[in-house]
Design a protein around this ligand. Structure first.
Ligand code: NAP
Length: 267
């Protein structure tokens, strides 16, 4: 199995564990018997999740409230996990912005690069030496179908996810036979919470309910994919369609079509 067996001393790290896909990954890992380190900014939300997971699954759950886009805050976490027995790393935390980069808040765009790309790189480099020494480890990289194509009006997000997608699949090639596996999750839209009908986004309004996939389903197929040592997990019909369009269509053709759709998201 490429997902290491849980042990009392090992920890699975999940970033972005306070909501959405990350929360679902934490719940699924705990149900598989893995003790956890939960990372996000909202410590109190994670403490409440930790309490539930300890009670329901009898696992150890540690909480680290950390702004991963802040280099100093991140450095402390990097130092800690470098010295810990980390069996699984789920690089999940991420944010997205919509609209022309020139009109968006520059500091927030930089924070997005730090969180979506640089933190992923930092945390991976922190756990790799220990995993390689133990000849055991599993890394789930949460990229996106958006990382397969140029997306005007979502430029910083698409570029950071292109980094994650390529880093994941490149690193995987380097680690073949090492006992450490890397799987990329590259989803399209995942419904992480029920939309308020009065305030539904254009994506919520355009995509019919049956085409949406849930955080719980996404977490399950991702961890199954990690256990099966899959290169890439692309859950759901929309994700698969976006993946094919992004990978096999000329980028010059795709960019203006996707850009028109994302322009509406930005407005
Ligand atoms: N949902 C989708 O449709 C979709 C599609 C493709 C890819 N993805 C990717 O899947 C991942 C999870 O997305 P999601 O939809 O589950 O998002 P979400 O519900 O908004 O969750 C994002 C998580 O990241 C954490 N986070 C945000 N900023 C952070 C920071 N500066 N430092 C530490 N943690 C931070 C948030 O916690 P705090 O606010 O407590 O910090 C939260 O736990 C992201 O990488 C996203 O790009 C999502």
């Amino acid at each position: 199995m490429s997902l290491p067996n849980p042990t009392p001393s090992a920890r699975a790290v999940v970033t972005g564990a306070s909501s959405g896909i990350g929360e679902a990954l934490a719940m699924d890992l705990a149900s598989r018997g893995h003790s956890l380190i939960l990372v996000a900014r909202r410590g109190e939300v994670m403490e409440s999740l930790a309490e539930t997971l300890r009670a329901e699954h009898g696992v150890e759950v540690e909480v680290r409230a950390c702004d991963l886009s802040d280099r100093d805050a991140r450095a402390a976490l990097v130092t800690e996990i470098t010295g810990r027995e980390i069996s699984v790393l789920c690089n999940n935390a991420g944010i997205a912005t919509f609209g022309p980069v020139a009109d968006l808040d520059a500091a927030y765009e930089r924070a997005q690069v730090e969180l979506n790309a640089v933190a992923v790189h930092d945390l991976t480099l922190a756990v790799l030496p220990g995993m390689l020494k133990r000849k055991s480890g599993a890394i789930l990289m949460v990229g996106s179908a958006a990382g397969n194509m140029p997306i005007p009006h979502n430029a910083t997000y698409a570029a950071t996810k292109a980094f994650v997608n390529t880093f994941s699949e490149s690193l995987r090639g380097e680690l073949k036979g090492s006992g450490v596996s890397v799987t990329l999750l590259a989803p399209g839209p995942v419904r992480t919470e029920e939309p308020d009908p009065a305030d539904a986004s254009i994506v919520d309004r355009l995509v019919p309910d049956f085409l949406w996939i849930s955080s719980e389903y996404t977490a399950k197929v991702s961890l199954d994919g990690l256990a099966e040592n899959k290169m890439r997990v692309v859950p759901g019909i929309i994700s698969k369609a976006m993946s094919v369009a992004g990978q096999y269509s000329p980028r010059a053709v795709v960019a203006p079509i996707v850009g028109t759709f994302y322009k509406k998201l930005g407005s």
